[in-house]
Design a protein around this ligand. Structure first.
Ligand code: S3P
Length: 429
């Protein structure tokens, strides 16, 4: 039997992208920063322990975290390999940070992370002077040595990636001169926003319709107090669950709605989802609202590929919404999904099919024929490939399926949303 409606009020944990950056910038400031609302997921904790091994003091203080930073240019050489677990963001941003510090380091990770491409950060960071010895194919385990002083560059992003943009901007902080990243398509701008709040002069200008982001290094970061808003990517699982489970009426409090992140809510509304933004406000320099989500019949749409960067992590759960919509949903331009924690196009096509959905996998997207609001049969066992978002998306699909779904491992969920299962049980009971 499908689950009962999702009701009441819930609060999702802090934003993963913002949490990583808060720790890193805190470690680069001289003095004490305080972070409230930090996501205590494994990915963010991997960043914290890497920064500790380079000299920062990072501790929990009541509900908050405090970071005593070492300053730009004075990171210590880590004594052991930096274990990044499952976290691509930790790896790529820290590679950027180290690229302009004259110290060697080795990065290792789990099986999923060890398959992910690092060439996209190695290329610009090598041009700045850092040297890299990756495994064959440009993956982890990888040894690197930073260059001090590094060479400033102007770099146009060949892929829409906030991780690559941020890696170059982090390297720029200890690079004398002006480093510029040009992004043809805007990606999440948390690095730019937060660097400014740490006192860095980040210049953003329009160059022929593209965003040019410049930092004049070396920079001093002043300690800062940061409030991390709730993660829109985590809230999306609940927004879809409440949309597809009949009679749901749920409030998700304190959700970040940065325009470079809120594509999922725009897409869901286009499908007919009933999502209201309540109490719109600013938290930690980011737009935030409480989301009021009520069950509503969804319709299939053609998703404009231009929206992809603003919802790049939310496609797995959008595919779930599409599987319960009336009519066909067509997605395209999503090659990047193949190099996330898993190949998310293939993993979701297989997972949804095994739960009884009609899905066709294309090279760059999925085409999904929705059930028209009827429950899927469910029953299959889902292979998550160490990917938290496959596990959570399919748990949501299971709620609205006759026989539920079985997930091979819920362990990966701890990387980004440790209390997901508890919150889901709480909201659905
Ligand atoms: C992130 C950027 C995105 C996203 C990831 C977090 C970030 O990756 O998928 O979960 O914090 O900068 P890409 O930059 O590879 O698209």
């Amino acid at each position: 039997m499908p689950a009962g409606p999702l009701t009441g009020r819930i609060r999702v944990p802090g934003d993963k992208s913002i949490s990583h950056r808060a720790l890193m910038f805190g470690a680069l400031a001289v003095g004490r920063s305080r972070i409230s609302g930090l996501l205590e997921g494994e990915d963010v904790l991997a960043t914290a322990s890497a920064l500790r091994s380079m000299g920062a003091v990072i501790e929990k203080d009541g509900q908050d975290w405090i970071v005593d930073g070492v300053g730009v240019g004075t990171l210590l050489q880590p004594e052991q390999a930096l274990d990044m677990g499952n976290s691509g963001t930790s790896t790529r941003l820290l590679m950027g940070l180290l690229a302009s510090h004259g110290i060697p380091a080795t990065f290792i990770g789990d099986a999923s992370l060890s398959r992910r491409p690092m060439g996209r950060v190695i290329d610009p960071l090598s041009t700045m002077g850092a040297s890299f010895t990756p495994s064959p194919g440009g993956t982890l385990p990888l040894a690197m040595e930073g260059m001090q002083p590094a060479v400033p560059i102007t770099y146009r992003l060949p892929v829409a990636s906030a991780q690559v943009k941020s890696a170059v901007l982090l390297a720029a902080l200890n690079t004398p001169g002006i480093t510029t990243v040009i992004e043809p398509v805007p990606t999440r701008d948390h690095t730019e926003r937060m660097l400014r709040s740490f006192g860095v002069d980040v210049q953003v200008e329009d160059r022929d319709g593209e965003r040019a982001i410049s930092v004049h290094g070396p920079c001093d970061l002043r300690p800062n107090d940061i409030v991390v808003p709730g993660d829109p990517s985590s809230a999306a699982f609940f927004a879809v669950a409440a949309s597809i489970v009949p009679e749901s009426d749920l409030v998700i409090e304190n959700v970040g709605l940065n325009p470079t992140r809120n594509g999922i809510y725009r897409a869901l509304r286009e499908m007919g989802a009933n999502i209201e933004y309540l109490e719109q406000r600013e938290v930690g320099g980011e737009p935030v609202a409480d989301l009021h989500v009520r069950h509503a019949p969804l319709s299939g749409i053609e998703v404009d590929p231009a929206i992809a960067p603003s919802m790049i992590d939310e496609f797995p759960v959008l595919f779930v919404a599409a599987a319960f919509a009336e009519g066909t949903t067509v997605t395209s331009g999503l090659e990047e999904l193949r190099v996330k924690e898993s190949d998310r196009l293939s993993a979701m096509a297989i997972a949804l099919k095994s739960a009884g959905a009609q899905v066709e996998e294309k090279g760059d997207g999925l085409v999904i024929e929705g059930s028209g609001g009827r429950p899927l049969s469910g029953g299959g066992t889902i292979v998550t490939h160490l990917d938290h978002r496959i596990a959570m998306s399919m748990a949501v699909a299971g709620l609205a399926s006759e026989n539920g779904v079985e997930i091979d491992s819920t362990e990966p969920i701890g990387t980004s949303f440790p209390n997901f299962m508890n919150l889901l049980t709480e909201a659905a009971s």
